[in-house]
Design a binder for this molecule. Structure first.
Ligand code: PLP
Length: 451
């Protein structure tokens, strides 16, 4: 019996080519069979179809057709962010060019924990992480699995630099910050009330005035629920006045940096000590593509770590780059490759155009909601999130409408509780969406709302 072929090496591409044809056919078949943004029938029906398609997961003898059957089943049962009616979360449709580059990452399989596993990939990572940090007014950045890991690292750096810091954040801040305080054994965070979803400088100032000890303020540029941007320059001033360290979570809003039209809204970003960016949101990357940027590269020294087999002192002295301090992970995928390929192939203007498109779609959708007597708009959108609800419907009805659409696989909308009421959330991240799609989305919601 011959052994299965490998993906890398001079013969790798030859082995991959027919398999890729099969994968692409299976993706196409699966998407056509689904015929909408989400598989119909709800969790039980989807799981049953998947079980039927996959069968025995570890058969005694292999099934040569597995790549076709399993990929097809996954595609058929996927929530497809490339469908304009799939708009619940900060879950973007990945760019084809980024997915293609990611294939090369899998085939080459560099691991970023030592130079001898990733000679060029580590050099690419150094280049791109610095360039992206500078784009945001910082000095350097680390690659992470996303905003959650970036926020955790930001709290860890603050703890190592300042001691047992207390986190102070607005009520609209991402849940991962509070979770990170729990993980890192930090004091209970101070959550500043934010009735309109924004952390206002006055309220922050009042909260900081009563506090002593080392403080880390976390502001948000693009809240998950509503896409709101905190007043960053004013918050930075308040932090400076109180001697507090500043973290800005720009997991969502950071992508505005690419747009000439919208980047001015991120003024103040450069004043952050640490900054969360997440290119699997407004960067159209396949998961994962997070970054933690730092203004002072010296802050990263606290992550230095030795393991003889990866970065022995004599190896480092002899000139082998030490990569272990660039992450808390050890084995690590070259997520930088798809990012580098995307940045270079689209350029700032290409990415900026995508950002401009989704922001314009949000304005269009908000306009449709405002003009429709059966709907209520939460507020004009800041980035690409639109919160709306059937006018006068109780919260239970709003929740049920969302679940009906999910169950039928016709539309994927999110939900957010703001101002004491439940709202439907459309997070528009698909640059290919057309005005007719947005009208169709609103019609679907109207048709699913009981009167
Ligand atoms: C999405 C998000 C995160 C978490 O990012 P993940 O990539 O899901 O880990 C953190 N902060 C904000 C503001 C976010 O929107």
């Amino acid at each position: 019996m011959s052994l299965p072929p490998l993906a890398s090496g001079p013969d790798g591409p030859h082995a991959l080519r027919p398999l890729l044809g099969t994968v692409l056919d299976a993706l196409e078949d699966g998407a056509r069979a689904r015929g909408g943004p989400l598989p119909a029938g709800g969790p039980e029906a989807v799981a049953a179809r998947l079980r039927d398609a996959v069968g025995d997961v570890l058969p005694a003898k292999g099934a040569p057709d597995a790549v076709r059957t399993v990929v097809r089943a996954l595609a058929e049962g996927a929530a497809d962010p490339a469908d304009p009616l799939c708009a619940a979360h900060l879950h973007c449709p990945p760019l084809a060019v980024a997915a293609a580059a990611d294939l090369a990452a899998s085939a080459l399989n560099p691991s970023l924990d030592s130079w001898d596993q990733a000679p060029a990939a580590s050099a690419l990572e150094a280049l791109v992480t610095r360039a992206l940090a500078q784009e945001a007014g910082a000095a350097d950045s680390l690659v992470t699995t996303g905003g959650t890991e970036s926020n955790q690292l930001a709290l860890l750096l603050a703890r190592e630099i300042l001691g047992r810091v207390r986190l102070v954040c607005g009520a609209g801040a991402h849940h991962s910050l509070r979770r990170a305080t729990w993980l890192l054994g930090l004091p209970e965070p101070v959550v500043v009330p934010a009735p309109d979803g924004i952390l206002h400088a006055k309220a922050l100032d009042a909260a900081l005035t009563g506090l002593s000890g080392p403080l880390l303020v976390a502001a948000t540029a693009g809240t998950t629920d509503a896409g709101l941007i905190d007043p960053l320059p004013e918050i930075a001033d308040v932090c400076a006045a109180h001697g507090a360290r500043l973290h800005i979570d720009a997991a969502y809003g950071g992508g505005l940096l690419f747009s000439d039209l919208h980047r001015t809204r991120l003024a103040g970003l450069e004043r952050a000590d640490t900054l969360t960016l997440d290119l699997h949101k407004l960067g159209w990357q396949p998961v994962a593509a997070g970054l933690l940027a730092v203004r002072d590269p010296g802050d990263l020294h606290t992550l230095r770590h030795r393991a003889d087999y990866l970065n022995a002192d004599d190896d480092t002295d002899a000139g082998l780059p030490d990569l272990l301090g660039r992450s808390l992970r050890t084995t690590r995928r070259p997520d930088i490759l798809k990012i580098a390929v995307t940045l270079k192939s689209l350029g700032r203007s290409g990415l900026g155009t995508l950002v401009d498109h989704v922001c314009a779609h949000a304005q269009e959708f908000a306009g449709l909601v405002r003009a429709h007597p059966a709907f209520e708009l939460y507020a004009p959108p800041t980035i690409s999130t639109v919160l709306f609800r059937p006018a006068a419907a109780p919260d239970d009805t709003v929740a049920a409408v969302r679940r009906t659409l999910l169950h039928d696989g016709r539309a994927v909308l999110g939900r957010a509780r703001l101002g004491g009421r439940l709202w439907l959330k459309a997070t528009l991240l698909n640059p290919h969406t057309r005005p007719g799609d947005l009208a169709a989305l609103l019609n679907l919601v109207e048709g699913s709302t009981p009167r």
